[in-house]
Design a protein around this ligand. Structure first.
Ligand code: BV8
Length: 260
């Protein structure tokens, strides 16, 4: 059962001129994407993500790392956004929303979110390790990992590994949004991975209310003005319904009656 949403939060949300939402793996959990901590099931149970999601792991065993990402890419490609993703796509129609995600599954875009800042890249994209440029198609090369059709360098997933810098433009856009927003939502993240986990504090330090949505408390919870305990797939649609949809009378996008 979704907890009641404080009226004060609903009023602030309707009045806010700029809202930031930072999402983590928990937002995709209800779509069937294993959260990062429990991504290790079955075939991959014997590896820690931090052991595989690093440049060293790729240098040491490029085939193993490539195969792990192929497994995740194919798993995610078959999955659909959940009501939490659709609620965030709808929220962008009612307010100036900056959506920042740590997720690499592309489900926000699949749900129709118009602009998504991808801090950690995207599983569906592949880039050349030498040129650091995305490669659109790598054909059906037999070699694993495949090689860049331009320079012959090894191809790798276009994601940010542990120990790698985040994309400068994405990080700067996220930083600027956290410095200028009037409300900051942290949804479905354990708030452990840096530098993403520092973003809510940029808002908090300016006296901006931070709202956390998570079934579990995190290190951010004590700094949150509101902690909505529960699943994002239930709370986010309720938040949008109570804040805007009920007053505007417009149906939700996933109802198929939404204004396209
Ligand atoms: C960097 C792509 C520097 C790959 C990922 C201080 C400052 C800077 C760096 C560090 C620092 N301290 C430590 C570091 C190093 C490191 C780091 O943060 N380590 C952690 C483990 C301590 N950071 C880095 O290495 C970063 N790089 O800083 O480089 C630099 C600078 C210049 C030049 C060179 C280097 C890079 C970090 C990016 C790593 N890549 N992903 C891939 O996916 O394969 S991060 C990866 O972890 C995912 O993106 C994922 O998002 C993230 C895990 O975090 P969460 O999203 O929070 O997921 P998690 O499973 O932990 O939690 C899920 C939450 O959901 C839980 O709270 C759960 O309760 C909740 N939940 C569950 N169900 C639901 C739900 N919530 C709502 N609804 C539900 N239904």
């Amino acid at each position: 059962m979704t907890p009641p949403i404080p009226q004060g939060l609903l009023d602030s949300l309707c009045k806010a001129g700029h809202v930031v939402v930072l999402t983590g793996a928990g937002v995709s959990a209800e779509s069937g994407v294993p959260t990062f901590r429990d991504a290790q099931s079955g075939l991959w149970a014997r590896y820690q993500p931090e052991e595989l999601a690093t440049p060293e792991a790729f240098r040491r065993n490029p085939r193993l790392v490539w195969d792990w990402y192929t497994w995740r890419r194919e798993l995610v490609a078959a999955l659909q956004p959940n009501p939490g993703h659709y609620a965030l796509a709808e929220m962008a129609r009612y307010t100036h929303l900056t959506l920042i995600t740590q997720n690499v599954d592309g489900l926000h875009q699949k749900a129709g979110s118009p602009e998504v800042i991808e801090l950690h890249g995207n599983l569906q994209r592949v880039k050349c390790q030498e040129e650091d440029r995305v490669v659109e198609s790598w054909g059906d090369q037999k070699e694993v990992p495949p090689r860049c059709p331009r320079c012959g360098g090894l191809l790798r997933p276009d994601v940010v590994w542990f120990g790698e810098a985040l994309p400068q433009e994405a990080l700067e856009s996220a930083w600027a949004a956290a410095e200028s927003c009037e409300l900051f939502f942290s949804v479905g993240t354990s708030s452990q991975v840096q530098p993403a986990a520092s973003l809510p504090y940029l808002a908090y330090d300016r006296g901006v209310p931070v709202i956390e949505i998570n079934p579990n408390e995190t290190t951010l919870t004590p700094y949150s003005a509101y902690f909505l305990r529960g699943r994002s797939g239930e709370i986010l649609p309720e938040l949008v319904r109570q804040a805007w949809r009920a007053s505007s009378g417009s149906p939700s996008p996933e109802s198929g009656l939404g204004i396209q």
